[in-house]
Design a protein around this ligand. Structure first.
Ligand code: SF4
Length: 504
C-alpha cells in the first residue's frame, strides 16, 4: 500500500483514518455509497462534543466480539498498519485465534478487485464443518471507498456471512463497535427465526421466562443475576454479545432484554423489533438492585409479592456486604466501557465521594435512571467525555484515587495521585447483586493507601523534566520550537482544508 490517490474520489489508499482526515473520509464514504450506514451510525452513536477515537481503534470492539465466538471466523479488510495493530492487540488479550486478512492496494481498491478478493476468500473459508458464520469487517479505508460488503452472499454452504463497516470516522468508541456486530448478528438470527425453526440452546429451552443480558460482564455476574431472578420465577438468558451462534436465538426468545450496558442501540433495536421490552440499568448496590428488580417485575407484569420475594431475599445481604466493605475517600471515575455509571453507583453506596464520572459512550434512555441517581447525589456525569474532560476533572478535584484509562492514570500518577486502570481492574470484578457489593473495596482502599508512596515517587522523579525534555540529557535538551510552529501551521492548514471540504 503506497498512499496513492485513487482517481475516483481523491482518497489516499492508506495513511488516513484516526490520525487525521475524518471528515474527508466521511465525505469519500458518502460519495462511494455509504451514506445510509453512516447516517444510521450517526443516529445510533450520537457524537459531540467528543467525536473521534481517543483510545484504541474502535474496530477492536467488534473484532473481539467475533473472536470470542465459537465456530465464527473473522476477516478484516483494511490498511495493513490497522490490521497489524488490531491483530496485535487481539493476541495481547489472548485471542488464540487467527484473524483473516484480505490485503489491498490502490488498484484493487479502485477497480473493485478488493471486493472480488473478499468474496473469493469467504468462498474459500466457508466450510460448514468448521464455521457457523464468517464476519467480514471493512475498516476505515475500504469503508471510505465504498467496498460493498452488503453484496456478499448471505450464506455459503450453510455458513452465514455477516459483513459490517466499522470505520473510526463513523463509530466513536470500541464499545459501540461491539454493538455494531452484536446488532448485525441479532438481525441475521431474527430473520432466520422468522423464516422457520432454528436450533435450540445447547442445554435445552428454559422452563421459565428469561431475561437476556446486554453487555459483556464478569463471568459470575450472570449467575448472580440468575439467583436474584429465581424467586420471581424468571431465569437469566444469554449474555449478548453471545459466545456462539445458537445463543442468539435463545437471546431473542427472552421475555425482556436487560440493557446492563446502555449503549447497545443496534442490539436493542433488534429486541424491540422482536417485540421484547427493554429494561435499563443493572442490579448494582442496594438501590440499583431494588429498582432493577422492580422494573423487571413491571415489564413482565408480575405481582408485587414476587418482586418483593427477591428484594427481601437479596437486599439485606447487599446492604450487609456494602457495610462490611466500606470505601472512604474521593474518587474520580472515567472510562470507555459503558459501565462507568454503574460502578460509580456502587462506589457511592460503599461510602466513597465521587464528584465526577466520565464515559466515552453517548447518553441513551437506558442510562437515564443511573444518571438521575448520580446527579441527585451531586455527581457531575459527562457523556462522550474526552481525555481532556477526564484529566481536567482529575486535576481540579485532586481525588484520593483516579480511576480511568491509561493516559488519565498516567497523568494522575505524575501528580502523585493514586490511579487505577478501569479496564484491567474494575471490569475484571463482579459488580452485580451481593457479590458485587463488596468486591471493589479491597482494590480501591489498597490503591488509596498508596498515596504516600506516590508522593515519595513524585519527589524522587522531581526534576527529570516532562514532555519532550523528559529523561537524562548530556547538556541542554535540544528543543526546536521553530519545527513545532511549522508543523502546527501545517496541521492548521489541513484542518482549514477539511472544514472547507465539509462546506461543499
Ligand atoms: S481502522 Fe482503526 S486504526 Fe485504522 S485508520 Fe481506522 S480507526 Fe485508525
Amino acid at each position: 500500500m503506497d498512499g496513492d490517490l485513487t482517481p475516483k474520489d481523491g482518497l489516499p489508499a492508506d495513511g488516513m483514518g484516526c490520525h487525521g482526515g475524518a471528515s474527508e473520509m466521511d465525505h469519500a464514504a458518502r460519495i462511494a455509497g455509504k451514506s445510509e450506514v453512516l447516517d444510521r451510525y450517526a443516529a445510533d452513536y450520537p457524537t459531540g462534543p467528543h467525536d473521534k477515537p481517543q483510545s484504541m481503534c474502535p474496530a477492536f470492539g467488534s473484532l473481539r466480539v467475533g473472536l470470542r465466538m465459537r465456530r465464527v471466523a473473522t476477516v478484516l479488510s483494511g490498511s495493513a498498519c490497522c490490521v497489524y495493530g488490531l491483530t496485535f492487540v487481539s493476541h495481547f488479550y489472548g485471542a488464540r485465534r487467527s484473524v483473516g486478512y484480505v490485503p489491498f492496494n490502490s488498484e484493487t481498491l479502485v477497480t473493485g478487485k478488493l471486493f472480488e478478493d473478499i468474496r473469493d476468500s469467504v468462498h474459500e473459508m466457508a466450510d460448514p464443518e468448521k464455521y457457523d458464520a464468517i464476519v467480514v469487517t471493512n475498516l476505515c479505508v475500504p469503508t471510505a471507498s465504498g467496498v460493498p460488503l452488503r453484496l456478499l452472499p448471505d450464506e455459503i454452504n450453510g455458513v452465514r456471512i455477516v459483513g459490517i463497516d466499522v470505520p473510526g470516522f463513523g463509530i466513536p468508541t470500541h464499545a459501540e463497535a461491539k454493538d455494531v456486530l452484536a446488532g448485525a448478528m441479532l438481525s441475521y438470527a431474527r430473520k432466520e427465526i422468522e423464516a422457520g425453526p432454528v436450533q435450540a440452546p445447547v442445554g435445552g429451552k428454559h422452563d421459565r421466562p428469561t431475561v437476556a443480558l446486554l453487555g459483556e460482564m464478569f463471568p459470575a455476574d450472570p449467575m448472580i443475576i440468575g439467583q436474584m431472578l429465581a424467586p420471581m420465577g424468571l431465569a437469566a438468558g444469554p449474555v449478548v454479545p453471545c459466545r456462539e451462534w445458537r445463543e442468539l436465538y435463545a437471546a431473542l426468545d427472552c421475555g425482556v432484554a436487560a440493557a446492563i450496558h446502555p449503549f447497545y442501540t443496534a442490539a436493542m433495536r433488534e429486541f424491540t423489533t422482536a417485540g421484547r421490552p427493554i429494561v435499563g440499568s443493572a442490579p448494582v448496590g442496594h438501590d440499583g438492585t431494588a429498582e432493577w428488580l422492580r422494573g423487571l417485575g413491571e415489564a413482565f407484569g408480575l405481582p408485587v409479592d414476587k418482586v418483593a420475594a427477591s428484594q427481601n431475599a437479596f437486599l439485606p445481604a447487599i446492604k450487609g456486604a456494602l457495610a462490611a466493605a466500606p470505601i472512604k475517600g474521593t474518587i474520580t471515575l472515567s472510562g470507555y466501557e459503558g459501565s462507568e455509571l454503574l460502578v460509580a453507583r456502587l462506589l457511592i453506596e460503599s461510602g466513597a465521594d465521587v464528584p465526577y464520572v466520565g464515559t466515552a459512550c453517548a447518553r441513551t434512555p437506558q442510562s437515564d435512571c443511573d444518571r438521575d441517581w448520580l446527579e441527585a447525589r451531586g455527581v457531575t456525569v459527562k457523556y462522550r467525555a474526552s481525555l481532556e474532560d477526564d484529566t481536567a476533572a482529575m486535576e481540579a478535584i485532586r481525588p484520593d484515587l483516579a480511576i480511568g484509562t491509561t493516559p488519565v492514570v498516567q497523568k494522575a500518577k505524575e501528580l502523585g495521585v493514586p490511579g487505577l486502570y478501569y479496564t484491567n481492574l474494575v471490569s475484571a470484578r463482579p459488580l452485580m447483586g451481593p457479590a458485587g457489593a463488596g468486591s471493589l473495596a479491597q482494590v480501591m482502599n489498597a490503591a488509596m493507601g498508596n498515596k504516600d508512596r506516590m508522593g515519595k515517587m513524585k519527589a524522587f522523579f522531581d526534576g527529570v523534566g516532562a514532555g519532550d525534555t523528559a529523561g537524562v540529557w548530556e547538556g541542554e535538551p535540544n528543543l526546536r520550537p521553530d519545527f513545532r510552529a511549522a508543523h502546527q501551521k501545517k496541521l492548521d492548514k489541513q484542518a482549514r482544508a477539511a472544514k472547507a471540504q465539509d462546506m461543499i
